[in-house]
Design a binder for this molecule. Sequence first.
Ligand code: CP
Ligand code: NVA
Length: 313
Amino acid sequence: MNEPTHLVTLLDWEPDRIRRALRLAAELKALARAGRLLPTLQRKTLALLFEKASMRTRVSFEVAMTQLGGSVTYLSRADVDLGVREPVKDGARALSRYVDGIAARVRSHDTVRELARFATVPVINALSDLAHPCQALGDILTVQEHLEEPDEARIVFIGDANNVSRSLAVICAKLGLDLTVACPPGYSFDDEFLRRVEALCPSTGGAVRVTSSLDEAVGGAHALYTDVWVSMGQEEEAEERRRAFAEFQVNAELLSRAAEDAIVMHCLPAHRGEEITDEVIEGPHSVVFDQAENRLHAERALLQMLLGADASG
Ligand code: CP
Ligand code: NVA
């Protein structure tokens, strides 16, 4: 039996495979709009193993599987409690005997790595503390749709060096895109991750830089992206983080410093009045709901690539 292709982090994926996923996402989006999707995943089942809350990721995976003729089974932490009720490696191997793929949202990145190590079916990271690769695929699909010259765009992420911005940094480095992350001192990527991402750039033509200067980051930006200051699992640091990030809000004044037709992105859920103002997220530059929709199109492509009959990744 062939080894399954997993998506634990986009660091493991070659640029060509990422590009193929994005192309397929756009093709399947067009087919879906024309009502011409084929049931390529008939009789296939995806397990959704979720240790944390989710709306977009859960629903988009469920809908994508259903539209392609397959089905899902949802397992919350109360159902499985991997690592506590049984070792992750036992859960991975047993689950692999029932289902054709596992999408896992986990508290610790190690859990999704361990799942992928032992599962005999594809494992997709549906968010961990360190990565949100499905989000990054939907994000770049959105950039490609909304910007006239996506390959030349200056993408700026304002906020925490978290799972969302890490995956954005990886996909930008892999695809030769230009990303600046603006964050307060002390909330940047760890050195090892940053070195790894920077090392990808010379061969792809991409650039990933981190700054604590909003002035430096925002001038002329074509896309301004933000995410919550307090991610799931960081609730105890909430007050400290709100203080540290107070200046790093995407608001009308900040947006006025970006390119005239800049788009505003957010992975959602958003905390209005914290990382983004109500005015900006509701304003004409905001593409956040197109971005949310593109999760469905990106995941449909992923599922077809990883679980489909000709699954080769
Ligand atoms: N953006 C995102 O992953 O949303 P959910 O947490 O609702 O799945
Ligand atoms: N950084 C956020 C993303 C939610 C989709 C979190 O991990 O909570």
